[in-house]
Design a protein around this ligand. Structure first.
Ligand code: SF4
Ligand code: SF4
Length: 132
């Protein structure tokens, strides 16, 4: 897991779907989030970027752990947002490339979670941590 672009972008959906048109990209360019909340439970893989949100266990203090949703979604930090993350971490990348890296980082993070917690290959089939 690289830090910066991919790491920040991994977190940007914050456990909720972020599929709105953002005005930067072609109309069919979206970030697809399954709301698994793995990123919000894996803050320590981001190299300290999210230390201010860490509840002491590597999970965000603002995550509703049972629901797996962000409790400050409308006011979440820019580093938890796709578009704002692109503005900060996307220098030199097209938004499409940034989204591709984001999706790839998300997939890898979910694979790591599945291996660590369930001994699975993970990816798109990673178990939902809310059911753990
Ligand atoms: S504030 Fe916390 S729970 Fe909300 S999106 Fe960011 S990391 Fe996730
Ligand atoms: S790990 Fe990916 S799919 Fe899961 S909540 Fe975070 S951005 Fe969404």
């Amino acid at each position: 897991m690289t830090e910066g672009v991919t790491a920040a972008a991994d977190k940007s959906a914050g456990g909720r779907e972020e599929s709105r048109e953002d005005g930067i990209t072609p109309e069919n360019t979206e970030f697809h989030c399954s709301r698994c909340s793995v990123c919000c439970r894996s803050l320590r893989v981001f190299g300290g970027l999210y230390d201010d949100l860490d509840d002491g266990t590597g999970t965000c203090r603002y995550l509703d752990q049972k629901a797996g949703l962000c409790t400050i979604y409308d006011k979440r930090p820019d580093k938890c947002r796709v578009r704002e993350g692109y503005q900060t971490y996307g220098a030199g990348l097209s938004y499409e490339e940034y989204l591709r890296l984001t999706h790839e980082g998300c997939r890898k993070l979910r694979e790591l979670w599945a291996r660590k917690h369930h001994g699975e290959a993970g990816g798109e089939t990673a178990s939902d941590p809310r059911a753990s």
